[in-house]
Design a protein around this ligand. Structure first.
Ligand SMILES: [Zn+2]
Length: 482
């Protein structure tokens, strides 16, 4: 480590001089050292620096996308499931079918094992020639392979997430999980009505129909126990996960590519469970899946009205919403013009995930002003945006948000699929956008300040974070001075 960090005699001399001026100013010494590795674009040392640095929260985090394909294959083996060598899907074992093999046999076949990992994640996508799916499909298709098994061994999954976070000096994770089931389906006539009222901008009748849908959900005799069972089982799985140095919290989500009746049900049960869970383990609601999907685009405004309706029903529930995860050419120009706007102004989102199409929205300055004034943070996912949207470097709007004064947060999105980490996200942040050390520290503290932890929890995690930064800056100073 010392060899890596002892950069040049010049910097040591400078730093020792800085020490002489103020012996306790470890933050300044760390800042000068960081600026040196930043100026020389020394990414290896940035990796080391950010591995050691406390990183606060990872608050745009999908539970199923955070786990590695290797973990899911181990789970499949434990459950006695096999894999199809044809479709790469998990399948019931069948000795009479040579296209169905056990997970152990798969692991003995290196070529096939690697092929499965390439289908189940983004591994090696860009480093060799191969038949190439469009990157956004490659990314979202991975969920169709492991989706079925991702709900198994839930406790093991949470421990896995915690261990990885603690290992890379992350103090808090806010992860997205499925909403509780409502056990209610809606008549096609009701679905047609909400679409129809939405198309006519008839919000009065739209809200009346939402009220009827709400009644149908809550009058189902199994609904109440379904919510209670969901909360209870989450508490059980969560037991012992939190400690002095780490906390895990949960957002539920709706899938925007599904039938609007299903989306309404997922949102309703998610809002309800969040509102009822007074212990603040379930902290908010989100909406996920490809924003450029046909149904997602067609129902976008309807989804925003659902959020608006549920925010009035459950006023204490916070929402983080994927919005503006789009780029020029991916959709028709008009679909780039209103998604962040409507998430902020109609759905009343507390945080925005991605927000990449901000330069092409109809009223970008009005949106940025609102986000700044109301402290609606933007969750930036650099690796994900680069892979799925092809947006990186100077094409990425992170500086627009930052320079405008919108609170910026850095997150991993789907670290298992993308094979990234919060450390590598900070390397990208620094090396691409030249943020100074003190600015990066501000972004780290944002991840707690704008998290959905309650005020006491925020203050506890923030105090620990301050101590951890003191320790980190002391460590850097010691290494340099030795
Ligand atoms: Zn996401």
């Amino acid at each position: 480590m010392k060899v890596f960090l002892l950069h040049t005699f010049v910097i040591i001399a400078f730093l020792l001089q800085a020490c002489a001026v103020n012996l306790n100013n470890n933050e300044h010494i760390t800042e000068v050292y960081f600026q040196e590795i930043l100026n020389s674009n020394d990414k290896a040392n940035m990796g080391l620096f950010f591995s050691l640095m406390p990183k606060g929260g990872d608050i745009h985090h999908h539970y199923s996308g955070a786990l590695y394909a290797e973990t899911y294959l181990d789970w499949a083996a434990k459950k006695g499931q096999c894999i199809s060598t044809d479709s790469y899907q998990l399948i019931a074992c069948n000795e009479d079918d040579d296209q169905v093999i056990t997970i152990d046999s798969l692991k003995r076949n290196t070529r096939l094992y690697r092929t499965i990992l390439e289908a189940w994640s983004d591994i090696n996508f860009s480093d060799h020639y191969h038949h190439e799916t469009e990157p956004d499909l490659q990314f979202f298709n991975t969920f169709s392979y492991f989706g079925e098994i991702s709900g198994s061994f839930y406790r093991n999954g949470l421990e896995n997430i915690k261990k990885r976070a603690v290992d890379e000096n992350v103090q808090y994770v806010e992860t997205m999980i499925n909403a509780p089931p409502t056990n209610t389906t809606f008549r096609q006539s009701q679905i047609d009505s909400i679409k129809n009222y939405q198309n006519k901008n008839d919000t009065i009748n739209l809200v009346k129909t939402f009220e009827l849908m709400e009644q149908a959900i809550i009058s189902n005799p199994t609904y109440d126990s379904s919510i209670t069972a969901y909360i209870d089982s989450l508490h059980k799985y969560h037991e012992g996960i939190d400690d002095l140095d780490f906390k895990l919290r949960y957002q539920t989500y709706a899938v925007r590519t599904l039938n609007p009746g299903v989306v309404f049900g997922q949102l309703y049960s998610g809002f309800d469970a969040t509102s009822r869970d007074t212990s603040n383990l379930i902290v908010g609601v989100n909406i996920v899946a490809p924003e450029n999907g046909l149904v997602s685009l067609q129902d976008y405004r309807l989804h925003m009205q659902m959020f608006r309706f549920l925010k009035t029903k459950f006023p204490t529930v916070k929402t983080a919403m994927h919005a503006g995860e789009l780029h020029v050419g991916m959709v028709k120009p008009e679909d780039l013009t209103f998604h962040i706007h409507d998430a902020v102004f109609i759905a009343k989102a507390n945080r925005i995930g991605h927000g990449v199409d901000i330069p092409y929205e109809n009223q970008p300055i009005k949106i940025l002003e609102k986000m700044k004034v109301d402290s609606i943070a933007i969750e930036i996912n650099l690796t994900s945006n680069e892979f799925i949207l092809g947006v990186y470097g100077n094409d990425h709007p992170i500086k627009i948000y930052y320079d405008f004064g919108v609170p910026v947060i850095i997150a991993t999105d789907d670290a298992g699929v993308s094979r990234n980490s919060l450390t590598t996200e900070y390397v990208k942040l620094a090396s691409r956008y030249q943020f100074k050390y003190t600015q990066i520290k501000g972004i780290v503290f944002n991840s707690i300040q704008f998290s959905f932890l309650n005020p006491e929890e925020k203050s506890q995690v923030t105090s620990r974070l301050i101590q951890k930064f003191e320790k980190f800056e002391d460590e850097i100073t010691q290494i340099i001075a030795d």
